[in-house]
Ligand binder design. Structure first.
Ligand code: 5GP
Ligand code: ZN
Length: 128
């Protein structure tokens, strides 16, 4: 079993939980309080407090973690979805074991981006 913390809710779920998906050091679970028709959490089996410590993963693990997020979404039937990581209490993180939210299955998967944000004018003096 990878590095765990006795006082961590998600470490205990890693040990005992019912998984949506599990492979190569990562697990996916259904969120207990879903904010979308499909709301899954992806977590490393190894305890890492927050995304701030992402450098604790080597390049292969970091790639694997991203692939696992995409695989999990596909496995639960999502093609369009949002991926969110809350980093720190000030950004809404409540469980301090790194996790990725996958939210989809409803209108919240599509976010309207105002056209003004996506366009830009090149100032005349730079346009040469
Ligand atoms: P955060 O707010 O830290 O980004 O996300 C924590 C998430 O964990 C929340 O969406 C919350 O609903 C979920 N959660 C909290 N306790 C449990 C639990 O015991 N089981 C599961 N499956 N999810 C939980
Ligand atoms: Zn933990």
């Amino acid at each position: 079993m990878p590095k765990q913390r006795d006082d961590c809710l998600f470490c205990s779920i890693v040990r005992n939980g019912a998984y949506v998906h599990k492979a190569n050091g990562f697990v996916a679970i259904n969120d207990i309080n879903p904010l979308a028709p499909v709301h899954v959490l992806v977590l490393p089996e190894r305890h890492v407090d927050t995304f701030r410590e992402v450098s604790e993963f080597n390049a292969r693990e970091a790639k694997r973690m991203l692939e696992f997020v995409a695989e999990t979404a596909e496995k639960v039937g999502l093609t369009d979805y949002r991926v969110q990581v809350n980093v720190g209490a000030g950004a809404g993180q409540t469980v301090f074991h790194l996790h990725w939210h996958i939210l989809g299955g409803g209108p919240e998967a599509s976010v309207e981006v105002p056209a003004a944000v996506a366009t830009a004018e090149i100032p005349d003096e730079l346009d040469r």
